[in-house]
Design a protein around this ligand. Sequence first.
Ligand SMILES: [Zn+2]
Length: 256
Amino acid sequence: MNSLERARLRPVTNLEYGISSLHCWIRVFEAILRISYRLPFKKWTARTPEQKKVKEVTTAQVQRRVFTTMSLGVDQPCPGGSGNSNDGNTARTAFQQPELFSAATGVDVELIRRLHVILQAVRCCLPLCGEKLSAFCSETAELYVRLYSWYPMTPTLHRLLMHSAALVEHCLLPIGMMSEEASEARHRDVRLYRLQRARRDSRLNTMADVFGRLSVFRSSAATPSSAALARQPGGTPDHTAAGHCWLRRRRFWLSR
Ligand SMILES: [Zn+2]
């Protein structure tokens, strides 16, 4: 992953999958933490018992420093076994204070600053200049390899630094609009539809019902809003029964 010349020569065939611009923040944040835990012995993996001991001690020190200087709990398991404390808010707060984050982890401040710029760029909903982004990413990749050649780039870092400019060129819309933010925002709906609005006799039927329900509401931007519906005579939107709400919308359109 750290051989930039070889990586540039390799053909890329999966640009259509885009980039998870929301989860990038967490993955890059975690990559910086992984590097900081290994800084004293500068090896990708701790093999000897001494290295393992050093890594354990450094991990505890870094976590304590990040907590005392930035009030962020990192790599702490969440109660109930639902992942760990590294979420989007933690990553964003850390990147917004590059000096403090660098002082707490020992990772180069310039690299953190540059990664923050690229992360913001791939979340941006305005058109980006592919050439400038490509140049900026290449410089950042070279800086990374110069400083941390002993730690191979994680797949997310590789995609971000080597392919984000190509992804920007490949997208018809600004790349920030391709973020998984919209699908993340509907997790609660998907859970509700799966549990209460879908057949459960087979997985295929469950998925078909959930997707059917999602596609009904996906068109809400093109149909009148609840407020507009409420203004219609006798049109009081019923949020509790999704099906009724949809029927009212349909009636509204048919009556026009
Ligand atoms: Zn690649």
